[in-house]
Design a protein around this ligand. Structure first.
Ligand SMILES: NC(=O)c1ccc[n+]([C@@H]2O[C@H](COP(=O)([O-])OP(=O)(O)OC[C@H]3O[C@@H](n4cnc5c(N)ncnc54)[C@H](OP(=O)(O)O)[C@@H]3O)[C@@H](O)[C@H]2O)c1
Length: 257
């Protein structure tokens, strides 16, 4: 970042671990301040915020549950207060990274209404209303990155509901691009393939046979690392990506192409 340039502020949901942690650190390494959220793992969130401060950035970790729609307005007020108190009196953010999520394989025949409410709440309804609130406090020229899943292109048995919610988000992301483009705000979708995080009960990390299958079908011939995804988020939030909006980028190293 050039000296004298105003530091940008990114909000990263689920920034305490997995892909979100790398996104938060990657953005901080690019000179951004980061407000990250966790849902249950406060200590991890605080540790990532501390690591960002160690890199010279400003950071805070806030609890936020995407499934609790009623809490979004209060969360927004907390973001405003934390920006004012811990981010040099800032009043607005620049980027929102909608990353947090849950995963579990559930065959369609076994889906319950409770499953639907959890997945639709965390992966769609919560994302829509958090984005609405954050856009109201976003600087012109900012951006939103929606982390979806490559599994909404290729189909993985058991992930139908999850992938359908991610697909809905991808449509919403294009509408954000259309409605907020006049303010210079861009909106893109990043759709990772499998990464060996805690996601879905560490389904990939704990399953060597699945890893071998993924590697065999991946053009780049290896499993993804979180930094393969975090680096792309940093790119999408950089000025180099200023002319990219309304797009879905699939980040799989060439899976099933
Ligand atoms: N890993 C993959 O293979 C893969 C592939 C494609 C897409 N994705 C997508 O990438 C994103 C991140 O996945 P990941 O692999 O990093 O998963 P992860 O390691 O399981 O981490 C999930 C993150 O989401 C947060 N979270 C969970 N439930 C939440 C809720 N109700 N409200 C707010 N935050 C919540 C968690 O916070 P706590 O730790 O505090 O609970 C954690 O920070 C997800 O949207 C996922 O769908 C992942």
């Amino acid at each position: 970042m050039a000296s004298g340039e105003t530091r940008k502020i990114a909000v990263v949901t689920g920034g305490n671990r997995g892909l979100g942690k790398d996104m938060a650190l990657s953005l901080a390494q690019a000179g951004m301040d980061v407000l990250l959220t966790f849902n249950t793992n406060r200590d991890e969130g605080e540790a990532v915020a501390e690591e960002i401060r160690g890199l010279g950035g400003q950071a805070a970790a806030l609890r936020f549950d995407l499934a609790d729609i009623g809490a979004i307005a209060g969360f927004t007020d907390t973001v405003r207060a934390v920006l004012r108190d811990s981010f040099d009196g800032a009043e607005r953010i620049d980027f929102l990274i909608n990353n947090a999520g849950v995963g579990r394989a559930i065959p369609i025949d076994q889906l319950t209404e409770a499953d639907f409410d959890i997945f639709a709440g965390v992966h769609f309804k919560g994302v829509v209303f958090l984005t609405q609130k954050m856009l109201r406090m976003m600087n012109d020229g900012g951006g939103v990155v929606f982390v979806t899943a490559a599994a909404d292109r290729y189909n993985v048995p058991g992930y139908g509901l999850y992938a359908a919610c991610k697909g809905a988000v991808e449509v919403f992301a294009r509408y954000v691009a259309k409605e907020y483009g006049p303010r210079g705000i861009r909106s893109n979708t990043l759709a990772p393939g499998g990464v060996a995080t805690d996601f879905a009960g560490a389904a990939i990390r704990n399953n060597p046979a699945l890893q071998a299958m993924v590697i065999a079908q991946t053009a780049m011939g290896r499993l993804a690392e979180p930094h393969d995804i975090g680096g792309l988020v940093r790119l999408l939030c950089s000025d180099d990506a200023r002319w990219l909006t309304g797009q879905r980028l699939e980040a799989t190293g060439g899976y099933n192409i």
